[in-house]
Design a protein around this ligand. Structure first.
Ligand code: FAD
Length: 475
C-alpha cells in the first residue's frame, strides 16, 4: 500500500487504528487491518487496486457518524477514509448547484452557498460533522426533508470509483437523464457498490420567511395524533418534529431551548414560504394543534427564538447522552396514522424490558428514533437493549412501515431485513451487488443479509410469518 502513498496516509499501528474502530454505533467495535487516507483520485485508485488484487475487503468511512454500524471496520479489511477529499469544487448560483468532494461536511455546503441566498436542504442533526459522501451512502434525512426531500431527491450527479479503480459518472445537470437512475441506486447503497468521489447537489433559495410553533401535550399519543391531523389536512410543514418528556428534559438541561419541562410531549412545526402564505398556515396549524388538546401553543417571536427552538431538537441525541451512560438509537418509519398507537406500544415494551426510552423524531415523515437508554457496563443490558430494539423495528414493519428511515441498515438491522423482505427481493439485491462488485469486497456483511442467514433465523418475513402486534392497522 505504501508504494504509491505518502507514509502518513497508511496507518497500521494499533493506537493509530483505534480511532477508526467504530462509528456512531459504538456498541460494535473492530480495529481494521489497515487504515488508508488517500488525498487524490490516484491514491484512492491505488488503494482500491491493492485491495482488489489481494482480495481484501474495503470499508469506506466519511465522518464516522453513522448510527447503524455502516462504517464498522473488518479485522481482515482495509478502512478507506475519505476525510481528505474535503474541497468544495464549485458553487453555481445560476444553475443552483454545488459540486463537492465526499469528505465535505454537510453544513459547509450551506455555509458556502449562503452569500448567494442559497442552501442545501437535507439537514441531518449531525450536519456540523457528517460528510456529504456519508449522506449519499446512507440517503440521509433531516428536519427539513419532509418538505424538501431526502438526500436522494437533492443529488443530481455522482462520480464514483469501482473496486477495480475505474472512475464512473452517473446522472447529469438536468432533472432527468437517459438510462437507469444510477445516482438513486447508489444513494443509500451504504458503501457496497462503489466509492463516491464527487457529488453535485441541488441548492435551494432561502425561503422568504420561516415560522415555528411549539405545542405542548400531556400525552405522547395526543401529540402523535396531531401530526397525523396536520398531514391529513394537506399541509406540508418544512419540519414537524416530536420530542417526549425524557428528550425534552435532556435537551432543555443541555441547550436551554425554552421547552416546557412538564409536558409529556412537544411538537415543533415549522412553516415556511412567502410571508402571507406562512402566516395563513400558522393559523390553520395552531387550530389543529389545539383541537387535539394541546395544553399550550407558542409561536417563536423572532428568528433568534426560532433557532433556539431548533437547537434543542438538533442537540437532542448528545443531550440524551448526558443523562444515560449509553444510548442505542433506533430508526424505523411507520404510516403517520399509526403514530399514536405505535408510540403507546413502545412505552409498554420499554416497561416490559425495564429500559428507559426517549423519543425524539421526524414525526411528519413517520420516522421514529426511539433512543434506548442503557449501561454497557451493566451485565446483560446491551443484550436486552438489542432485543428491545429488534422488537421496535419489527413493530414498525407490522405497522406497515420499514426498519429504516434514514440511518441505513449497516450491521445493526441486518437481521430485520429478513423481516422486511422475502427471498425474492433479497435475491434481487444480491444481483445488483454482483453487477457492481462481483467478488463482494465492498463493505461485506452489511445492509443485505444472505439468504442462508435469513433461513437460519427461521423465516421471519412478516408477510409469510407470524404477526407479533396484531392490534395494529396494516396496509
Ligand atoms: C448525533 C447524531 C445525529 C444524527 N442525526 C441524523 C439525522 O437527523 N438524519 C440522518 O439521516 N442521519 C443522522 N445521523 C446519522 C449519520 O450522521 C448519517 O448517517 C450520516 O449520513 C453519516 O455520514 P458520515 O460522513 O459520518 O458517514 P460514515 O458514518 O463515515 O459512513 C456511513 C456509511 O457510508 C459509507 N460511506 C461513507 N463515505 C462514503 C463514500 N465516499 N463512498 C461510499 N461509501 C461511503 C460508509 O461505508 C458507511 O456505510 C446522526 C448521527 C448522530 C451521531
Amino acid at each position: 500500500m505504501r508504494k504509491r502513498m505518502p507514509a502518513d496516509s497508511v496507518l497500521a499501528d494499533d493506537e493509530e487504528l483505534r480511532p477508526y474502530e467504530c462509528d456512531g454505533l459504538s456498541a460494535y467495535r473492530q480495529v481494521p487491518l489497515l487504515a488508508v487516507l488517500p488525498a487524490t483520485l490516484e491514491e484512492l485508485r491505488h488503494a482500491l487496486r491493492v485491495c482488489s488484487t489481494q482480495d481484501v475487503p474495503v470499508v469506506c468511512r466519511g465522518a464516522g457518524t453513522s448510527l447503524s454500524g455502516g462504517a464498522l471496520p473488518r479485522a481482515d479489511g482495509v478502512l478507506i477514509s475519505l476525510a481528505r477529499f474535503d474541497r468544495i469544487l464549485d458553487i453555481d448560483p445560476v444553475n443552483r448547484t454545488a459540486r463537492v468532494q465526499p469528505g465535505v461536511r454537510n453544513l459547509a455546503v450551506s455555509e458556502a452557498a449562503e452569500p448567494f441566498g442559497l442552501y442545501y436542504a437535507p439537514d441531518p442533526s449531525s450536519q456540523i460533522a457528517c460528510s456529504i459522501g456519508g449522506n449519499v451512502a446512507e440517503n440521509a434525512g433531516g428536519v427539513h426533508c419532509l418538505k424538501y426531500g431526502l438526500t436522494v431527491h437533492n443529488v443530481l450527479q455522482l462520480r464514483f470509483m469501482t473496486i477495480d479503480g475505474e472512475l464512473m459518472t452517473a446522472g447529469g445537470s438536468g432533472l432527468d437523464g437517459p438510462g437507469y437512475d444510477i445516482p438513486a441506486l447508489l444513494t443509500g447503497s451504504e458503501g457496497m457498490l462503489g466509492v463516491i468521489v464527487e457529488i453535485t447537489v441541488k441548492l435551494l433559495p432561502r425561503p422568504e420567511t420561516a415560522r415555528v410553533l411549539l405545542a405542548s401535550y400531556d400525552t405522547v399519543e395526543r401529540a402523535g395524533a396531531a401530526v397525523a391531523d396536520i398531514i391529513a389536512q394537506g399541509i406540508v410543514p418544512a419540519g414537524l418534529e416530536l420530542m417526549d418528556n425524557a428528550a425534552i428534559r435532556a435537551a432543555e438541561a443541555f441547550v436551554h431551548a425554552g421547552y416546557p419541562e412538564d409536558a409529556a410531549a412537544i411538537l415543533l412545526c415549522e412553516l415556511d414560504g412567502e410571508e402571507q402564505e406562512a402566516q395563513a398556515q400558522v393559523a390553520r396549524v395552531r387550530e389543529l394543534l389545539l383541537a387535539r388538546g394541546a395544553t399550550g401553543v407558542r409561536l417563536a417571536k423572532n428568528d433568534a427564538e426560532r433557532r433556539r427552538m431548533w437547537a434543542g431538537r438538533k442537540a437532542a441525541f448528545p443531550a440524551v447522552g448526558r443523562i444515560s451512560p449509553d444510548y442505542y438509537c433506533m430508526d424505523g418509519t411507520i404510516p403517520r396514522r399509526n403514530l399514536a398507537r405505535v408510540l403507546g406500544r413502545i412505552l409498554q415494551l420499554s416497561d416490559q424490558y425495564g429500559l428507559g426510552v426517549a423519543n425524539v423524531f421526524h414525526a411528519g415523515d413517520g420516522n421514529l428514533h426511539p433512543l434506548i437508554l442503557y449501561d454497557a457496563n451493566a451485565p446483560g443490558e446491551l443484550q436486552r437493549t438489542k432485543e428491545l430494539g429488534a422488537q421496535i423495528l419489527e413493530l414498525c414493519v407490522e405497522a406497515g412501515g420499514t426498519i429504516t428511515g434514514e440511518h441505513g441498515v449497516g450491521v445493526e438491522k441486518i437481521d430485520q431485513m429478513c423481516v422486511q423482505f422475502g427471498s425474492q427481493e433479497l435475491a434481487q439485491f444480491h444481483a445488483v451487488k454482483e453487477v457492481f462488485d462481483p467478488r463482494g469486497l465492498l463493505n461485506p456483511g452489511k445492509a443485505v443479509p444472505t439468504l442462508a442467514r435469513c433461513a437460519e433465523l427461521g423465516g421471519m418475513h412478516v408477510h409469510g410469518g407470524r404477526l407479533r402486534f396484531p392490534e395494529l392497522d396494516r396496509f
